[in-house]
Design a protein around this ligand. Structure first.
Ligand code: SIN
Length: 486
C-alpha cells in the first residue's frame, strides 16, 4: 500500500500552509515521517524557523479582521463546504492516516467521519453564539452581554487522532470568528496538510487556517511568545501541558488543555456482562489502546470477576494484529518503539508484582512496533499500570468487593478525564456517577466520543471542553455593554 493508491494525489503535501501559500523552510531543513507499520519513509515536511512561524501568526492576525466580520452564516457555509470535501475525499484521507499513523483503515475511515462531524457541528453552532441581557442596576439602564471571538488561536495536536483532534479545535475556532495556526504532531503531519488543501478548496480565506511543522519546542515557544496569539489549545501529555501552561502565563493567553487520563472501567455485580465486555473491547482496544480515554484499569466486583475475565479473554481472542491496510486487522502497529517499550515495562512490572497473564504473549520489543493484546488479572495499586497510562493493548483487571472500595480505587489518581461503569441498579448509577472524579462518565457505554458532548477532564487531565456548545464558548470572550438611561 502506498501513496500511488491516492485518487487525488494533490492531497499529499510536503510543505507548510501559511497565508494561503505552500512553503518550504527557508533553511531547506526537513523532518522525515515514517510508517509505523514497516518503518518506511512516507515523506518529509519542513522544519520552520521562528520567523516563519511568526509570519503565520501575522497572517492569521490580518485574516482575523476580515473573518470575524463575516456573518455567522457565511462562516458556517465555508465550514460546511470543508466538511463536504472531507467526506468526498474520505478514502484518500483515511489512506494518508493509515500510512502515517498506522491505524486500521476501518478506524481511519471512522476518524475522518468523526473529524468531519466536528466541522459540521460547529458550522451549525456558529449561528447560535448567543449573548444575554441582564436587568440594569439603575432605572433605564440595560446590560447586554455579547460573545466575541478571542482572536488568533494556536493549536498543538497529537498523533493518535491526526485529523479529529485538529477539527474539533479549528471547527470551533473558525465558527466563532477566530483564525488559527496549527502545529500537527511530527509523526502525523500529512493528515493536517491534506485538511489544509481541502480548506483552501472550500474557500476558507487565506490566513484563516495555517499549518506549520518543525521542532515542537521552537513552534510552541514562538506561538506562546507572540502576544498576537490570544489562545492555545493543546492535546497531549500532562507534562507538556504543564509546560505550555507556564509559557502562556507570559502574555496571559487563554488555554485549553486535553491531557492524560487513567480511566477506570468498573463492572459491578449487577451489570449485564455481555454489554460490559462489548464496552470494554471498544473502550480498551480502539486505536490499539492509544487514546487518552481508553480504559487503563478494569475494576471488577468479585461475584462477576471470573465470568467477566473469561468473556473478555474470549472477545480478545478475535482481535487481529497486523498492518492497518490488511483486511480484517483490528490492532495495528503502535506509533513507535517508545510506545512498545512502555507496554513491555508495564507488563513486566505487573508480573513481577504478582499479576497473572490470562491471554496474549508477553509483549516484547523484537516484533517491531507490534504488540499482541494481553490480559492480566490480580492487579494491585503498587503496579505502574495503575498510575500511568499504558497507551497500548494491555488490559489489566483488579478485583474489588464493595461499591465504596471501587469508587476509592477509581478516584485514586491525579487524572480525571474519563471513567466508565456498568450497573443495572438505577440508585447505584446515580450514586457512582456523582462520586467518580472525571469529566466524562460512560454509564453502560464504552464509546463516549462525539461532537455534541463536552469532552474534557478535571484534575491533572486538563482545562476546558471541546465539542458541544461549550466547545464554541472556549473560543469566545464575554463583553459586557452597560447602556445608561437616556
Ligand atoms: C484522545 O485520545 O485524545 C481523544 C480521544 C477521542 O476523541 O475519543
Amino acid at each position: 500500500m502506498s501513496l500511488s493508491r491516492l485518487k487525488s494525489p494533490r492531497l499529499f503535501r510536503q510543505q507548510c500552509y501559511v497565508d494561503g501559500r505552500w512553503i518550504d523552510a527557508g533553511t531547506g531543513k526537513t523532518l522525515d515521517v515514517h510508517n509505523p507499520a514497516n518503518g518506511e519513509l512516507v515523506g518529509q515536511v519542513p522544519v520552520l524557523e521562528a520567523d516563519e512561524i511568526d509570519t503565520a501568526v501575522n497572517a492569521a492576525a490580518t485574516a482575523f479582521r476580515h473573518w470575524r466580520s463575516r456573518t455567522a452564516q457565511e462562516r458556517a457555509d465555508r465550514l460546511m463546504d470543508w466538511h463536504d470535501l472531507m467526506l468526498v475525499h474520505r478514502e484518500d484521507l483515511a489512506t494518508l492516516m493509515t500510512l502515517e499513523q498506522g491505524k486500521p483503515m476501518g478506524e481511519s475511515r471512522g476518524e475522518i467521519d468523526y473529524a468531519a462531524s466536528f466541522i459540521r457541528w460547529f458550522a451549525e453552532e456558529a449561528r447560535r453564539m448567543y449573548g444575554e441581557t441582564i436587568p440594569g442596576a439603575r432605572i433605564g439602564q440595560h446590560i447586554v452581554v455579547t460573545r466575541q471571538p478571542v482572536g488568533v488561536c494556536a493549536a498543538i495536536t497529537p498523533w493518535n487522532f491526526p485529523a479529529a483532534m485538529i477539527t474539533r479545535k479549528v471547527g470551533a475556532a473558525l465558527a466563532a470568528g477566530c483564525t488559527m495556526v496549527v502545529k500537527p504532531a511530527s509523526a502525523t503531519p500529512f493528515s493536517a496538510l491534506a485538511l489544509a488543501v481541502l480548506a483552501e478548496e472550500a474557500g476558507i480565506p487565506h490566513g484563516v487556517f495555517n499549518v506549520v511543522t518543525g521542532s515542537a519546542d521552537t513552534i510552541s515557544e514562538t506561538l506562546t511568545g507572540n502576544p498576537a496569539v490570544r489562545k492555545l489549545s493543546f492535546t497531549g501529555s500532562t507534562d507538556v501541558g504543564r509546560r505550555l501552561m507556564a509559557q502562556c502565563a507570559e502574555h496571559i493567553q487563554k488555554i485549553s488543555l486535553e491531557l492524560g487520563g487513567n480511566a477506570p472501567f468498573i463492572v459491578f455485580d449487577d451489570a449485564d456482562i455481555g454489554r460490559a465486555v462489548e464496552g470494554a473491547m471498544v473502550c480498551k482496544f480502539r486505536n490499539t489502546g492509544q487514546t487518552c480515554v481508553c480504559a487503563n484499569r478494569f475494576l471488577v466486583q468479585s461475584a462477576v470477576h471470573d465470568n467477566f475475565v473469561a468473556a473478555l479473554a474470549e472477545a480478545m481472542g478475535k482481535l487481529r494484529v497486523g498492518d492497518g491496510f490488511e483486511e480484517g486487522v483490528t490492532q495495528s502497529a503502535l506509533i513507535n518503539g517508545d510506545a512498545v517499550e512502555k507496554v513491555v515495562e508495564h507488563f513486566e512490572d505487573a508480573l513481577a508484582k504478582g499479576a497473572k497473564r490470562v491471554c496474549g504473549p508477553a509483549p516484547d520489543t523484537d516484533r517491531g512496533n507490534y504488540v499482541q493484546p494481553v490480559l492480566l488479572t490480580d492487579i494491585n495499586t503498587d503496579m505502574k499500570l495503575c498510575h500511568e497510562e499504558t497507551f497500548g493493548p494491555l488490559a489489566a483487571i483488579m478485583r474489588f468487593d464493595t461499591e465504596e472500595e471501587a469508587i476509592a480505587l477509581a478516584n485514586a489518581t491525579p487524572y480525571g478525564l474519563a471513567a466508565y461503569f456498568y450497573s443495572r441498579d438505577i440508585h447505584r448509577v446515580w450514586r457512582v456517577a456523582d462520586a467518580l472524579e472525571a469529566g466524562i462518565i460512560g454509564i453502560n457505554e464504552g464509546l463516549i466520543s462525539n461532537p455534541m458532548a463536552p469532552f474534557g477532564g478535571i484534575k491533572e487531565s486538563g482545562l476546558g471542553r471541546e465539542g458541544s456548545r461549550h466547545g464554541l464558548n472556549e473560543y469566545t470572550e464575554l463583553k459586557y455593554l452597560c447602556m445608561g438611561a437616556q
